[in-house]
Design a binder for this molecule. Sequence first.
Ligand code: CTP
Ligand code: CA
Length: 230
Amino acid sequence: DRGAEASHDLAGRKVVVSAGGTREYLDPVRFLGNRSSGLQGYALARAAASRGAHVTLVSANVTLADPAGVSVVRVETTQQLRDAVVAATATADAVVMAAAPADFRPTAVSEAKIKKADDGSAPSIELEQNPDILAEISHDRAREGAVIVGFAAETGDATGSVLELGRAKLARKACDLLVVNDVSGGAVFGSADNEAVVLAADGAAVEVPHGSKTALAHVIWDEVVRRFAD
Ligand code: CTP
Ligand code: CA
């Protein structure tokens, strides 16, 4: 997307990007998952690498090819994603949580495949909440200095508009930037394009018009670079 004038403004920077959607297993063959394709996270990783960054891409269940020049760490569950992101964040200048971690996991994983009952009944699945990775790394200011970016796919509901929900989520997560997508109708999933507003904790809001996920990735890195302390 960027021509020969593309800057190397991430040279010498270490960045972490998470991508894809986590799986929470019920038994050895079944899981709860979500519709994240990983395209936006991979576009972020490629864009950062093209701007000179050392990129760690923590990839959850994505079928895309590894981007050139990027270290890819593969995970499946939210807990594995958390462990990989927290480990990589310790030395990072920026972290972008583009992954869709499953919010809940079954309280127990059956070691054997769950079988159907003859009487036509169905099992109930008890769930518990997964750790909130973005909130954890944002609140843990031992990792001072890293610019932390979250994503929010919102539909808007009775409690607020897409942007109101985004502002509230930004405050709750305590990250520096939150990229808010309107996903009413499910248009974003698996699509090459995206449209978003980048909300900042300092009050700024950058509207990104409909365009490629690569174009949005570059806007996000522009906003990250602007917030580096030195
Ligand atoms: N996120 C995370 N850990 C989780 C859930 C979400 O780090 N367990 C991150 C996502 O990667 C994303 C941001 O938090 O960058 C917002 O995700 P979202 O699902 O919108 O937030 P939730 O707090 O899970 O709220 P909701 O109830 O709307 O799903
Ligand atoms: Ca969620």
